[in-house]
Design a protein around this ligand. Sequence first.
Ligand code: SF4
Length: 305
Amino acid sequence: MADSGRLPRPRLPAWIRVKVEVGSGREEVTALLRDLRLNTVCAGARCPNLGECFHRRTATFLIMGDHCTRNCRFCGIPCAVQPLPPEPDEAKRVAEAAAKLQLRYVVITSVTRDDLPDGGAGCFAAVIEAVRRRLPETGVEVLTPDFNGDADAIRRVLAAGPAVFNHNLETVERLSGKIRCRATYRRSLKVLALAAEIGGRRIPVKSGLMVGLGEDDSEVLAAMRDLRDAGVTLLTVGQYLPPSSSHWPLARYVTPEQFERYQEAALAMGFVNVASGPLVRSSFRAEELVGAQERVESEKTGEKM
Ligand code: SF4
């Protein structure tokens, strides 16, 4: 996958400052995850917010293993043709970790499992249900793969009642085929539209874009419009940072001012809440993002009363 002769990643600009948090929060989460044999996307994808999230005692659980059947060129998760089968007690272990960490909001994501007949939809449903049994007040957001566009898989996940259904569009249409593996721009939009239709207003639909992959700003705005047309109401936009020199090369560092312009444009298009910034990732401070949607919905309900 490595392209020889590529320029190394340009120096990090001053506005990309990763907070290095040390202390008991981070160590405790790390130890707990190890004891319960759980993976987090935070570690698997080398997320720059790992220190801050662990310190705040939150984590995005990565279910169904730590190897993916796809091999996207921007992603740090390793690939395997036939990963190990999902472990039947994983849902219970996630619920156990959420309870021990006293989480009020849990984000669940997975590697893509094209090898499983339902794409892993049943595993997502099992985790949502296990967390709800253990912590009835805790919201569970799911960040899913595209399930190859399978409506039954999407229906199964939504039937379990997640707080938010999230699926990332990742990039603009022109670059999608170059950097994503098997996923397509149009199919992801279809997945999101199906989720919005099936979930109705009960389950907000969220998506995320990375910038700095070679797109221009007009393409970013076009992708946002496509997401709104698909019924997406929550959006994240963050800076792409290549996990290594053999991944898709960085094209630019987007300035904080430009991230603010994306946010303003997205809100003007009708997104209910938008997190846009250099270190924003799809699950970073997810609970805060959905809070705005809940407020809007309860105001609407209040108006009708
Ligand atoms: S499908 Fe998701 S986890 Fe798998 S390689 Fe692509 S971005 Fe990474």
